[in-house]
Design a protein around this ligand. Structure first.
Ligand code: FMN
Length: 166
């Protein structure tokens, strides 16, 4: 487990090979087993496979150009209708996004966390046909890494640790 946590890196170049459904299901199961506020699980997941749709997504979200190349991507969305604590969907979705990245890495695949910027939310909603109460939060394009995995590097930094208070 620690090995998986400490060796995960962002991968942004992919082979076109499709990803087996079982892998996608396992990755989504890991996402849905993330912690959430009061177990509210205020998340929904939109799977993007169609090439044309991923092309459109890349045009709207300039920060994730390699979604054109990845055979699949998961858009992690907040579901405000499921919130017990208004506003905490962001933490639920953050935990789910991280679990997705770790599950991808555990499978020997690669992917990265793409942000959904506030100014693109409305266009994302239109493109993906999302209801008003669903807020696109992040996107994780993934697939088989084109150039292998980037080398692990530790960023452990003792200067960030404060014992018994600052
Ligand atoms: C909240 C958040 C937003 C991010 N947004 C983007 C993004 O829009 N596009 C991108 O290519 N990477 C994005 N990243 C990935 C980071 O650039 C990456 O995790 C960081 O540079 C560390 O590299 P590593 O993932 O290889 O350890 C994001 C990461 C986080 C946590």
């Amino acid at each position: 487990m620690l090995e998986t946590l400490n060796t995960r890196r962002s991968v942004r170049a992919f082979k076109s090979d499709p990803i087996p459904e079982k892998y996608i299901r396992d990755i989504l199961e890991a996402a849905m087993n993330a912690p959430s506020a009061g177990d509210e699980r205020a998340w929904q997941f939109v799977i993007l496979k169609e090439q044309a749709l991923r092309e459109e997504y890349a045009k709207l979200n300039r920060n994730v150009p390699s979604i054109r190349q990845s055979p699949v991507a998961i858009v992690i969305c907040g579901d405000t209708s499921r919130e017990k604590y208004p506003g905490l969907y962001v933490y639920d979705c953050g935990a789910a996004t991280e679990n997705i990245l770790l599950a991808i890495h555990a499978k020997g695949l690669g992917g990265f966390w793409g942000h959904v910027f506030p100014e693109t939310v409305a266009n994302n909603r239109t493109l993906l046909n999302l209801p008003e109460y669903i807020i696109p939060y992040s996107v994780v394009p993934f697939g088989i890494p084109l150039n292998g995995l980037p080398p692990a590097k530790t960023r452990y930094d003792e200067s960030r640790i404060h014992l018994n208070g600052w």
